[in-house]
Design a protein around this ligand. Structure first.
Ligand SMILES: N[C@@H](CCC(=O)N[C@@H](CS)C(=O)NCC(=O)O)C(=O)O
Length: 218
């Protein structure tokens, strides 16, 4: 089998989730850093017709969309599986991955991280009203996760793709003081996130907040 090539930038949580899984499964891969500018080049649509990252190229096949990539890696390479055995538990795993993109990521990253961390880091000014509304909006979503976390991981006692997909998003949100408070006030969520953050795959993929500029969030 070919050595897979992953295209993306290291701070993207979707890219990070893929890198975490590749490390967890001890897959030797090549990381090709692309920039926002690269996405605008016509040629990039050969890799991703919607001009996003991550993209995985393996055995001359191109795979895009992070959840599809995660499943492909888990099922194509040796090592322990990151998917539960029963249909119900697999459904739960998909449920949490969908919750991540549909309800958590847009507020945790699109509002709290962007406004409190990314914008000031790139020389801009936080919109305090957006932060205020975002903290209120995400609190009830996080309560749902808190209540569900009765075991070590989102789906039982073993780490699954759901944990690998959701945790990077919440770790980015936690860089904002409001995000940290949202996590620290929920003991199960805090314990779960701390446990994951200590894994070598998470430590190895931690990178500083990028300075891509304000046009990114304009
Ligand atoms: N649904 C896509 C979303 C990918 C995505 O939005 N990636 C961001 C980086 S985190 C990106 O490429 N942004 C470029 C842009 O919005 O132009 C997936 O799951 O892979």
């Amino acid at each position: 089998m070919d050595r897979p090539q992953l295209y993306g930038w290291a701070f993207s949580n979707y890219v990070r989730a893929v890198r975490i899984l590749l490390l967890e499964k001890k897959v030797d891969y090549h990381f090709e850093t692309v920039t926002f500018q690269d996405l605008t080049v016509d040629d990039f649509t050969r890799l991703h017709p919607f001009r996003r990252v991550p993209v995985l190229v393996h055995d001359r096949k191109i795979i895009y969309e992070s959840q599809a990539i995660l499943h492909y890696i888990d099922e194509s390479f040796d090592g322990s599986s990151f998917q539960p055995k029963t249909p119900l538990d697999r459904a739960r795993m998909h449920q949490w991955m969908s919750v991540t993109v549909s309800y958590i990521q847009p507020i945790a990253i699109g509002q709290i991280f962007v406004q409190r961390v990314y914008i000031p880091e790139n020389g801009g000014q936080t919109d305090e009203g957006t932060i205020k509304r975002a903290v209120i909006a995400i609190a009830s979503h996080l309560d749902v996760v808190e209540t569900a976390l009765t075991q070590a991981y989102l789906v039982g006692d073993s780490i699954t793709l759901a944990d690998i997909f959701m945790a990077p998003v919440l770790l980015s949100m936690k860089l904002a003081p409001e995000g940290e408070q949202l996590i620290n006030s929920r003991p199960h969520l805090k314990t779960w996130l701390d446990r994951l953050a200590k894994r070598p795959s998470f430590v190895e993929t931690t990178v500083p907040v990028p300075k891509f500029g304000l046009e990114l969030v304009a």
